[in-house]
Design a protein around this ligand. Structure first.
Ligand SMILES: C=CC1=C(C)c2cc3[nH]c(cc4nc(cc5[nH]c(cc1n2)c(C)c5CCC(=O)O)C(CCC(=O)O)=C4C)c(C)c3C=C
Ligand SMILES: [Fe+2]
Length: 483
């Protein structure tokens, strides 16, 4: 797991940094162990109370709010001053951290980041506008950034009819909000079962409940320590990267948020629990075929433009390949030796995307005589338009037309309990390394605030933008409905 934390640690944050990597409750066997962040230990002074709470919670704007609790903490001390965990029945939402002379109530928050999707067909165009207005989705050179919104308007209006057809065919909207809310509830319960009462928030990048709303709620709830968990197993600039950028912008402008200890789990595709859960789903689905050993396992990942990987250093492709390797290793260890392949789906626009493309590979496999194929969506953990429409309808039809006779598809992980339990462990492991985000502005933003430079940029930018919009590539893209 790769977790990022930020500099500017206040001494109190180190206390929890001691060790929360435990599952302790009288009703459950207790195991406490040092976590990844154990170098932050303040071994001699800290006492950590972990509370096992039953909570009532309510949901507002799709975000789970903290509930009321009843508590009488039972303290467990480590006589030699090493790290340890303890438990209790609590009267508040949170973890008490005590150090020498002062005690602070910890209110732990978990922020689930996701992409978001239109709830209704009327939401499709504004949702697409938000998506294409994101400089991490359409990466314009700095000079052209002021064009981002007009371009987003143009592309969203042009793409909306096609997109609407897709959403109409899966029930008139995206299921993402509902599924992510269910995952948030399940994660909260899993963490409570591990004696870690938390508030779980859902922050979507392009639709409701927006990340900005979730962060405001975190502030209102006076959360004292936050774990950020993007619901993308692999990191991409276009997904996790974009959401983190939004978060950082909000956090550094706010006195409270900029001091809040935060731990960001940037990617988690290599976690054993995730790999095993994926292998379980694949194994189960293989048994449905009459000759399981002859089935080709077809991993289909959401693509990104090649330039992300080759020019911007996006680790997405490497992480995806490693992820598939790990899943296949796990299957081999269980005695499943099927052939497999990886392809990338859902490309948009006139630029080159990661290859091979899913549609092209399906045709090739059909031509080569592959008869049975199990599609595995691997870049996302919820059902969404690209599984329900693109894979289940478009790609299935293409595969059958291309000579593939037996088609299957592995469901997305959703609320699979082994997966949710593993996410809960990931949160617990990340908690100790939470540190405050840096408050400094970067220099390129300081340049943006120089009025003279701004005027010069706008002037030359406008000329270049006009030329670019009329470029043959763009015109062809719109004419061929590539957006
Ligand atoms: C790992 C997952 C995803 C990556 C990487 C990603 C990159 C990416 N996507 C677009 C364009 C669109 N994405 C759309 C929807 C959409 N994309 C993802 C996931 C990843 N995108 C999800 C989960 C969804 C939401 C699906 C839902 O159910 O609502 C759409 C809208 C749908 C459509 O019209 O096809 C677009 C457009 C780009 C350009 C990009 C990388 C640069
Ligand atoms: Fe996408």
């Amino acid at each position: 797991m790769s977790a990022t934390s930020y500099s500017g640690v206040v001494s109190q944050t180190k206390l929890l940094g001691s060790n929360l990597n435990c599952s302790t409750h009288r009703r459950f066997p207790t195991t406490c162990r040092l976590s990844e962040g154990s170098q932050d230990l303040e071994k001699s002074t800290s006492r950590v109370f972990l509370s096992s709470c039953s909570s009532t919670s309510d949901r507002k704007n799709g975000m789970l709010l903290g509930g009321s609790h009843h508590c009488s903490p039972i303290e467990k001390r480590n006589p030699v001053g090493q790290t340890f965990c303890s438990l209790g029945v609590c009267t508040h939402s949170g973890v008490d951290v005590e150090s020498n002379s002062h005690a602070t109530e910890e209110r732990v928050g978990v922020l689930l980041l996701n992409l978001g999707g239109p709830d209704t067909l009327d939401d499709v165009q504004p949702f697409l506008f938000n998506l294409f207005a994101d400089p991490d989705i359409i990466r314009l050179p700095r000079l052209f950034r002021f064009l981002q919104k007009p371009l987003a308007k143009l592309i969203s209006v042009s793409r909306a009819p096609k997109s609407k057809e897709g959403y109409a065919s899966i029930g008139g909207g995206s299921p993402l909000r509902k599924i992510t809310d269910e995952q948030a509830d399940a994660l909260k319960m899993a963490l409570e079962a591990k004696n870690m009462p938390v508030n779980v928030y859902v922050g979507m990048r392009y639709w409701y409940p927006f990340t900005e709303e979730a962060i405001q709620q975190i502030k209102r709830d006076r959360i004292t320590r936050l774990v950020v968990l993007p619901l993308y197993p692999q990191f991409s600039i276009s997904t996790t990267g974009s959401s983190i950028r939004v978060m950082q912008n909000i956090f550094r402008e706010d006195a409270y948020l900029s001091r809040l200890p935060v731990s960001i789990i940037k990617s988690w595709y290599q976690r054993e629990g995730y790999i095993k859960s994926m292998a379980d789903l694949i194994e189960k689905e293989l048994t449905i075929f009459s000759k399981p050993e002859e089935v080709m396992i077809f991993f289909s990942a959401h693509g990104v433009p090649v330039s992300y990987v080759e020019n911007a250093g996006d680790p997405y492709k490497d992480q995806m390949e490693e992820c598939i390797y790990l899943i296949m290793q796990e299957l081999k260890a269980r005695g499943t030796f099927n052939e497999h392949t990886l392809a990338f789906q859902s490309r948009v626009g006139p630029v080159q995307w990661l290859k091979p493309y899913t549609d092209e590979v399906l045709v090739e496999l059909g031509q080569k005589g592959v008869k049975s194929l199990l599609a595995v969506p691997v870049s996302f953990v919820s059902e969404h338009i690209e599984t329900l429409e693109e894979i289940d309808m478009e790609y299935k039809e293409l595969a059958l037309e291309s000579g593939i006779e037996n088609w299957g598809r592995v469901p997305a992980l959703g609320c699979t309990s082994s997966f949710i339990m593993d996410l809960a462990d990931a949160v617990i492991e990340a908690l100790p390394s939470a540190t405050a985000m840096s408050t400094s502005r970067n220099t390129s933003e300081a340049v943006d605030q120089d009025p003279m430079r701004y005027v010069i940029k706008m002037f030359f930018g406008s000329i270049l933008a006009f030329v670019m919009l009329l470029s043959p590539k763009m015109l062809v893209a719109f004419r061929n409905k590539l957006f």
